[in-house]
Design a protein around this ligand. Structure first.
Ligand SMILES: CC(C)(COP(=O)(O)OP(=O)(O)OC[C@H]1O[C@@H](n2cnc3c(N)ncnc32)[C@H](O)[C@@H]1O)[C@@H](O)C(=O)NCCC(=O)NCCS
Ligand SMILES: Nc1ncnc2c1ncn2[C@@H]1O[C@H](COP(=O)(O)OP(=O)(O)OP(=O)(O)O)[C@@H](O)[C@H]1O
Length: 196
């Protein structure tokens, strides 16, 4: 079974993915792939440089992620421009990694994709697991994890579909507002229910 794991920024996808990894489920991580496809010298990074300028490239040839974040989360047009360049490469690698897991004999594969709904990637998965938190908890955790100001956190949250909409498209929702142990128990319950 191919399971899509999603939620909003800082809702706890990586946290849930770690619980699943611990139980032996293979994880394909879209954020990790987003880093892979912009490695120094990659065609995707070259295109980013030609559109956004040399200013977003650091001295060691890697993308300046902090600078890019500031640029795109405050400007919808720039975010769309980056998405247009980078998302096709992410999608291709995501499918390749999923296929490789299946070829290696995995019966269940978890695709951890923050923008599963936004990018219409639900066609690649059979079940959707949404990790949810209240807007207050989300903002607080995002600010503390990334040392963001309230405004920085708000603009990132606003760049994604509201969590209620994602919940409506879910086969199961994990409430991650409480203790980690409660979250882990919900994950175990879902796996049991889905018989995977
Ligand atoms: C803008 C970038 C350089 C900022 O890097 P940074 O290291 O600060 O953040 P990171 O990559 O760890 O992403 C953190 C979270 O931000 C959210 N996010 C990232 N990119 C986007 C986007 N284009 N639109 C909406 N939300 C996004 C996701 O929830 C993600 O989990 C980076 O996020 C990026 O390259 N984004 C474009 C690729 C993308 O869409 N990635 C999301 C997974 S498909
Ligand atoms: N139940 C919890 N209790 C307390 N802190 C938590 C809990 N779940 C997650 N966190 C913390 O909240 C932050 C966000 O969690 P996590 O990184 O798992 O979210 P994410 O959805 O993967 O984020 P992103 O969209 O940015 O990839 C992290 O600092 C994490 O340690």
């Amino acid at each position: 079974m191919i399971i899509g794991l999603t939620g909003s920024i800082a809702s706890g996808k990586s946290t849930v993915a770690n619980f699943l990894k611990k139980r032996g489920y293979p994880i394909v991580d879209a954020d990790e792939i987003a880093r892979l496809v912009v490695e120094p010298g990659s065609p995707v990074l070259k295109e980013i440089e030609s559109v956004f300028g040399a200013d977003v490239i650091k001295e060691d040839g890697s993308m300046d992620r902090a600078k890019m974040g500031k640029l795109i989360f405050d400007d919808n047009r720039k975010r769309e421009q980056l998405n247009t360049i980078i998302h096709p490469a992410i999608r291709k690698e995501l499918i390749a990694q999923k296929e490789a897991q299946i070829a290696a004999g995995a019966e269940t594969v978890i695709l951890d994709i923050p923008l599963l709904f936004e990018n219409n990637l639900h066609e690649y998965v059979e079940k959707i697991l949404v990790v949810s938190v209240t807007p207050e908890v989300q903002k607080e955790r995002l600010m503390s994890r990334n040392q963001f100001s309230e405004q920085e956190a708000e603009s990132r949250i606003a760049s994604q579909l509201p969590i209620e909409i994602k919940e409506q498209g879910a086969d199961a929702v994990i409430d991650n507002n409480g203790e980690l142990a409660e979250t882990e128990q919900q994950v175990v319950d879902v796996l049991k229910k889905w018989q995977v």
